[in-house]
Design a binder for this molecule. Sequence first.
Ligand code: ZN
Length: 94
Amino acid sequence: MVVRMRVNRSKSGKRRSHHALAATRLIKCECGGLRQNHRACPSCGKYGGRVVVDVVARATREAGRQKRREKAMRASGMATEAANAAAASSEKAA
Ligand SMILES: [Zn+2]
């Protein structure tokens, strides 16, 4: 099969000139942390001056999930990150 509509390098370049990804714009939150514009702050959970995300609850939930994941990994006999860290530290000590 022959490519009939071959695009030359100039045309490809012109098309791809708009493909660059822009860096994420970060602004300073009123808590002092950096956050994306039009997004709730990941450190204080505020948006538009009021708290919309319960950051503490989210952190505890995430910690519980991590714990359960670790437990499941240990039960299945797979190496966990904590076990790896312990092994690395014991190697360092020896
Ligand atoms: Zn904040």
